[in-house]
Design a protein around this ligand. Structure first.
Ligand code: NAD
Length: 263
């Protein structure tokens, strides 16, 4: 039985993860950490039958002998939590977004030197993982591409980690992209952010949304649109549970769910 602690247990994703882990027979929720919700019983957060309280620090994971820590916090906290996991030999499954490419290289080195492993995925929804794979497959057959990501109105980072990773993977899959035709920008930002290989990324924030993305590709006389919608946070849970169960067998740092899904 894998013993799991959750960083960010009081947050939207953290609560959903706690409930999913508590409901999963092969894993056990043994600790919940969130300094901004410390002392609250998990059942007050809508998570039944654990008897656990939210703890204020990572010490709770040591006390509970956790094998794996799941992190859905904010990137500054996740950096510290990952460091803590590497130091304490606790495997990490990280969904927090906002890590830069250079940081991933540093984390790779950090976890190669640690007895703990880490799986970091900007998107744990299996549909979104497939969307990224399809976009990468399509990239060499089109001349231009733009990404529109749409999220709820409380998301603090932009663009989404998924959008950035999609752009990186499409840029790596094709070097032949048409230049941006824009010569005059009337409203600053109208063309979105310039991602890898000049692929433009547009971030929409709207109350009522969860997590959505469209990848639009264009070539002479045709377009292809690949769209994924996470309609509920439960969409991320099969991927999180998969990573929790797999992380001990994946030395170093694994970025993205693809290798866990055999893609
Ligand atoms: P949220 O603001 O609802 O929750 C974040 C929680 O982290 C808060 O409860 C906060 O108190 C807590 N926290 C802050 N510092 C902490 C620390 N040092 N230790 C422990 N807890 C700490 O945010 P959310 O909507 O749950 O999203 C969390 C992160 O997950 C974001 O980066 C978001 O982009 C990402 N996310 C990833 C996926 C994915 O599939 N990878 C899906 C959805 C959201």
């Amino acid at each position: 039985m894998t013993r799991v602690g959750v960083f960010g247990a009081g947050g939207r994703m953290g609560r959903t993860v706690c409930a999913a882990i508590a409901a999963e027979p092969a894993v056990e929720l043994v600790a919940a950490v969130d300094p901004y919700h410390a002392g609250i019983d998990l059942h007050q957060l809508g998570i039944p039958d654990t008897g656990l309280q939210v703890a204020g620090s990572a010490d709770a994971l040591v006390d509970a002998n956790a094998d794996v820590a799941v992190d859905f916090t904010v990137v500054d906290a996740a950096r510290k939590n990952l460091d803590w996991c590497a130091d304490h030999g606790v495997h990490a499954v990280v969904g927090t977004t906002g890590f830069g490419a250079d940081e991933l290289d540093a984390l790779r080195i950090r976890f190669e030197a640690s007895k703990a492993n880490a799986v970091l995925a900007p998107n744990f929804s299996i549909g979104a993982v497939l969307m990224m794979r399809f976009a990468e497959l399509a990239a060499p057959f089109f001349d231009s591409a733009e990404i529109i990501e749409l999220h709820h109105d409380e998301k603090v980072d932009a663009p989404s980690g998924t959008a950035l990773l999609t752009a990186q993977r499409m840029a790596a899959a094709s070097s032949e992209w048409a230049p941006d035709p824009t010569r005059q920008v009337v409203l600053e930002g109208a063309r979105g952010g310039e991602g890898p290989a000049g692929i433009r990324v547009h971030s929409l924030r709207l109350r009522g949304l969860v997590a959505h993305q469209e990848v639009l590709l264009g070539a002479a006389g045709q377009t292809l649109t690949i769209r994924h919608d996470s309609l509920d946070r439960s969409s991320f849970m099969p991927g999180v549970v998969l990573a929790v169960r797999a992380v001990a067998d994946r030395p170093g740092l694994t970025v993205g769910l693809d290798p866990l899904l055999g893609l």
